[in-house]
Design a protein around this ligand. Structure first.
Ligand code: 3EB
Length: 346
């Protein structure tokens, strides 16, 4: 793809919208459209044909989407299993792979998905991942002697190594959640320059987890910080849960898990702020809250309200989804993004 002449990249923008409004933005066949893609949280058969994250949306608000927008010079294409849109500077891609159709186990499925993903990055020149979202059916299920999440980690790791992508330091920000049914769904955002990878001093880096959690550690950083143009910096916070060191704390106890998760989110924000003049705020995030049990959503919402105030952006704009967390003893996980004025520190 030919790079366009720009003084720097056109700014990347994100908007959290009602799903219906996001569908109205969807690329038409004729008119130019600056939407790179969207992560849609809603029922699987959305009218616009935008594949959704296959998980129930809980609490008020209903179906939502995060739409990623850049310049209007968007090309679209497919590379293997990846459908992507790219304006030469920013790229959004989606993969939906059904293992019942592919007839492979989870490790091979993940390896294939990530092999195609890295091929798509190479094809567009947007070779640096900013953020990944992984949705794996039956994540805690047994995949023939090994948990399916652990198998996923094996295949993902193999693809990272084969593609020469950073599986340890410098790995992209990510989340990995379990959905009840459907295909392996992966969404990703990439750009032309590497983001700053952020770790959480309260936690062992996930890529250094001991083998108690599976033969291959998950390949992700706790957050990524990126200059997105227009004088803004974006903070992408990975799925964050009640883990200290490498161990789950408050196993099976919802509200202490929420408190610990908030401490981890605050620690990630503080670690990120060492690398930028931008200032982020735990109370001003666009977050997605994943709860293992749908009936816990209201309790988590109340806990966030008590911790951050009922008028906080984080509280007002949170999306709640029913999903399995990748460790059986975790009941809740929170991921987030936020954009603030500022620059990266050299
Ligand atoms: C954790 O801290 C919780 O496998 O890509 C969070 C974010 C988690 C990303 C992944 C897993 C992943 O280990 C789980």
């Amino acid at each position: 793809m030919t790079a366009r002449l720009h003084l720097g990249a056109p700014p990347l923008r994100v908007q959290r919208l009602q799903l219906a409004d996001a569908l109205a933005l969807a690329p038409g066949d004729a008119s130019p459209c600056d939407v790179l893609g969207a992560i849609a949280y809603g029922p699987p058969d959305s009218p616009g044909g935008l594949p959704t994250v296959n998980a129930s949306v809980l609490c008020a608000g209903g179906a939502m989407a995060d739409a990623w927008r850049a310049s209007e010079h968007v090309a679209s294409g497919t590379t293997g299993a990846v459908r992507w849109r790219c304006d030469g500077h920013w790229m959004f891609g989606a993969i939906d792979l059904d293992e019942r159709i592919e007839q492979t186990g989870v490790a091979a499925l993940a390896e294939r998905a990530y092999r195609d993903l890295f091929a798509a990055l190479a094809e567009t020149g947007c070779t640096h991942l900013l953020r990944l979202w992984n949705y794996l059916p039956q994540i805690n299920g047994d995949g023939g002697g090994m948990e399916r999440y652990r198998q996923f980690n094996v295949g993902r790791h193999r693809a990272f190594v084969d593609a020469g992508q950073a599986a340890f330091e410098g790995a992209p920000a990510a989340c990995a959640l379990g959905i009840h049914r459907g295909a392996l769904g992966i969404r990703f955002l990439a750009g032309r320059t590497a983001p700053v990878a952020i770790e959480n001093p309260r936690q062992v880096s996930a890529y250094r987890y001991p083998t108690d959690y599976g033969p291959r550690a998950p390949s992700f950083s706790r957050a990524a910080l990126a200059d997105i143009g227009g004088g803004d910096v974006a903070l992408f916070i990975s799925g964050t849960a009640s883990i200290v060191g490498h161990e789950t704390v408050h196993a099976g106890r919802l509200l202490p898990q929420v408190q610990e998760t908030l401490r981890n989110l605050a620690a990630v924000i503080a670690a990120a702020e060492a690398h930028t003049s931008a200032r982020f705020d735990l109370a001003a995030l666009d977050c997605v809250v994943y709860v293992r049990h749908a009936s816990d959503a209201a309790l988590v919402r109340q806990a966030l309200q008590e911790a951050l105030g009922s008028a906080a952006h984080t509280v007002m704009h949170a999306v709640y989804l029913e999903a399995d967390i990748c460790r059986q003893d975790l009941l809740v996980e929170i991921e987030a993004h936020s954009v603030a004025r500022g620059a990266l520190r050299a």
